[in-house]
Design a protein around this ligand. Structure first.
Ligand code: PXP
Length: 237
């Protein structure tokens, strides 16, 4: 069965807008757990623009679900990951000015820093997934690095507006998932998935987990805003 990891970064984005404690990612994680999510995803960015180090520990202690820590291999983030010891980290490329993770990691060109980070995770018994484009060369490189899983960047799939374009990207994902499985790697996928484009991914054999954030937070706003306004209007009437 395809599992759902819910990325709660943007709950923290809203909190950071006021610098207080609401909305609390811990409450969000508990709701995700109750609603059927299989894991909680948080991206600890080097600039700490949304999720903070303390959030990771508080969420880990509040839910039974697997914590999947998205991260770059920046030294300060590696230090926190080593203390947190989540069951899984997903290594992503990070550019300071980007709004969100724009592309996959270059597993092939990762070099000595990436290998040192992988040694650290191995020594702490932390499972590693690499966020890569659905490209056979990157799958081969991930296999050679000895990681446990890959997560395919679905941004190109999500951004295609025509049916033939989508189908082409879907086939790329399908082929890459097949290659990953043949190489003994778990195959995950995520980025830009929403309520309109997610269903075709169910047909890709060998995909184990979808990680979805932004569209779920947006949907929460649309299904909740009406009630929120009604409650306030009732209070001040
Ligand atoms: N997976 C990875 C590795 C990501 O970097 C992101 C974005 O933080 C997601 C999944 C979720 O993407 P979205 O928020 O577009 O659903």
């Amino acid at each position: 069965m395809l599992k759902l990891g819910v990325n709660i970064d943007h709950v923290a984005t809203v909190r950071q807008a006021r610098g207080g404690s609401e909305p609390d990612p811990v409450r969000a994680a508990r709701i995700c757990q109750k609603a059927g999510a299989h894991s909680i995803v948080m991206h600890l960015r080097e600039d700490r623009r949304h999720i903070q180090d303390a959030d990771l520990f508080r969420v880990r202690d509040a839910v039974r679900l697997k914590i999947n820590l998205e991260m770059s291999i920046a030294p300060s983030v590696l230090k926190t990951a080593a203390r947190l010891r989540p069951p899984q980290v997903t290594l992503v490329p990070e550019r300071r000015m980007e709004r969100t993770t724009e592309g996959g990691l270059d597993a092939a060109g990762g070099g000595a820093r990436l290998r040192r980070a992988l040694d650290l995770f191995r020594s702490k018994k932390i499972g590693v997934s690499l966020f890569i484009d659905p490209d056979p060369r990157q799958v081969d490189a991930a296999r050679d690095l000895g990681v446990d899983a890959v997560e395919f960047h679905t941004g190109d799939y999500a951004n295609r507006s025509t049916r033939p374009g989508r189908l082409k990207e879907l086939r790329r994902l399908e082929r890459a998932a097949g290659l990953a499985n043949e190489a003994g790697l778990l195959a995950h996928a995520g980025h830009g998935l929403d309520y309109d484009n997610v269903l075709p991914l169910k047909k890709i054999e060998g995909l184990r987990e979808l990680n979805i954030g932004y569209s779920i937070v947006v949907r929460a706003l649309w299904v909740g805003l009406d009630r929120a306004v009604r409650e306030m209007a009732d209070l001040i009437r």
